[in-house]
Design a protein around this ligand. Structure first.
Ligand SMILES: O=C(O)Cc1cc(O)ccc1O
Ligand SMILES: [Fe+2]
Length: 438
């Protein structure tokens, strides 16, 4: 597959045309758009949102997206939305899941499922109608979406591939995304997912709240963490093959399907600051302790969706990338803690220092508000005895969706998946009372 080209810079006023002369100059909606195209606006914030937060893009397309048939309900029993679809009683235990098998390995080739069919919701909070909260899903896909597009009116999607590359076609152009990279699909933008390497597995944060953005840097200054220029938006590209298309829409927590006679990927030119992005976490400029103590994980925030209370994120996307550990006289892994925020974690590759053996790539864990957790017995013993020379945590990538609201696991996560580890809490059971009365 040929290398794609991109436009760089998070939130830039991007501009791109697949056919020269398609973008209007000096206005957005001329009486007649060049080449017989239609102008269509997609807004990501209220029209009157403050300028610094305002998101919208203009598309110039062969037919506007209003040209679509009537929608019918579409069953997808594993996809859940908002707190009302979580478990009624959430145990206050730490929870962890083994990786789910990829569909081809588990069920043979007939059990083909695409990105939409392969979504499995693990945990939910909030309510898309109140524009708060999130869902943590996994996807397990072994079939490319061909003449089928997905539009999520409930939230934006942050996709974290764990295995297998994705070619994501969007209305605004193409993104190639591999494990170690992430993709961000704005609320309401049509996209489809193809699997150039075959079966793919990964994590999705569906964000019902304010759009994810780069965090403030405070005393860090004007550079560091995820730098804006490393986010890549697509260039305009359109499909030219005639024929029908299915549009699957997530709208109010349910899926709906409609047919139309043409591709929705018919945008010849676009401009604006609402765009899908990909980002390679290898570009994350990680900051850590160069003196002593283990800092709060907020230093690893890639993107944040603020809530209405400053500092209490609707959701933070936090990564634990390869990094040097150099702190002196310090217990270097995470401390034992109870967090008022809720932590859903995944592992893309390698080992996570708080659970070197027990947490597997493709697995997941949930440490809800005030649920105690921290290094397992083995990690505690190793880190307490380690010689504190500089040490590189390498070949590793864990991440966390950290949210202000308690995450309710689904029935699938608790029962049907069969992946919930029944004895997870045993990993701390052997932490003995070592107190010696002086
Ligand atoms: O619990 C976890 O593994 C995530 C985490 C990591 C860290 O370095 C500090 C706090 C925290 O919640
Ligand atoms: Fe934690």
């Amino acid at each position: 597959m040929s290398e794609l080209t991109y436009q760089s810079g998070f939130g830039n006023e991007h501009a791109s045309e697949a056919v020269p002369g398609s973008l209007p100059l000096g206005r957005n909606s001329p009486q007649k758009v060049a080449h017989g195209l239609y102008a269509e606006l997609l807004s990501g914030t209220a029209f009157t949102a403050p300028r610094a937060e305002n998101l919208r893009s203009w598309m110039y397309r062969r037919q506007p997206s209003v040209v679509v048939g009537a929608y019918q309900p579409l069953a997808q029993p594993w996809l859940k939305t908002g707190a009302r679809e979580g478990a009624a009683a959430v145990p206050p235990d730490p929870l962890r899941w083994a990786p789910l098998a990829l569909p081809a390995e588990a069920d043979g080739a007939d059990a083909a499922q695409d990105f939409i069919e392969g979504l499995r919701t693990y945990a939910v909070n909030g309510d898309p109608d109140a524009q708060t909260g999130m869902a943590a899903h996994m996807y397990l896909a072994n079939r490319s979406m061909e003449r089928r597009a997905f539009v999520n009116a409930d939230g934006e999607l942050l996709i974290v591939p764990q295995q297998g590359r994705l070619r994501i076609t969007t209305e605004l152009g193409l993104l190639d995304v591999k494990p170690g990279e992430i993709a961000l699909i704005p609320r309401g933008l049509a996209f489809k997912v193809a699997l150039p390497d075959g079966p793919a597995r990964g994590y999705v944060c569906e964000n019902y709240g304010a759009a994810l953005r780069l965090p403030e840097l405070g005393p860090i200054g004007s550079n560091g963490l995820a730098n804006p220029r490393d986010f890549l938006a697509p260039v305009a590209a359109y499909e030219d093959t005639p024929g029908a298309y299915e549009i699957v829409k997530k709208f109010g927590g349910r899926l709906w399907t409609a047919q139309q006679g043409h591709t929705p990927f018919n945008v010849v030119a676009w401009h604006g600051n609402l765009a899908p992005y990909k980002y390679d976490t290898a570009h994350f400029m990680t900051i850590g302790s160069i003196s002593f103590d283990h800092p709060d994980p907020s230093i690893f925030t890639v993107l944040t969706s603020p809530s209405d209370t400053p500092g209490w994120a609707n959701v933070d996307f936090v990564i634990f990338p390869p990094r040097w550990m150099v702190a002196e006289d310090t217990f270097r892994p995470p401390w034992y803690h109870r967090n008022v925020m809720s932590e859903f974690m995944g592992l893309v590759l390698g080992q996570y220092d708080a659970k070197p053996e027990g947490f597997k790539p493709g697995g997941a864990s949930l440490h809800n508000a005030m649920v105690p957790h921290g290094p397992d017995t083995e990690a505690f013993a190793k880190a307490s005895a380690a010689e504190l020379k500089p040490h590189k945590l390498d070949h590793t990538l864990a991440f966390m969706f950290e949210t202000r609201w308690r995450l309710l696991p689904t029935e699938f996560a608790l029962k049907d998946s069969g992946a919930l580890e029944t004895h997870y809490a045993d990993c701390w059971r052997d932490l003995q009372d070592q107190f010696k009365t002086p």
